[in-house]
Design a protein around this ligand. Sequence first.
Ligand SMILES: [Zn+2]
Length: 50
Amino acid sequence: MKLRTCPQCGSAEITLDRLMGITGIRYKCNTCGYSGDVIVEQDVEKKFRK
Ligand SMILES: [Zn+2]
């Protein structure tokens, strides 16, 4: 499982916006307001292992 986090503030409060434009996908951070197609993915299997 991958956790998407903000490249600016590191928050996991990321919203995935599907646009009809060129890139098609854009991410938006609900914490700092960052918006763009660059996102940091972290492997969370180790942290949230059941
Ligand atoms: Zn952010």
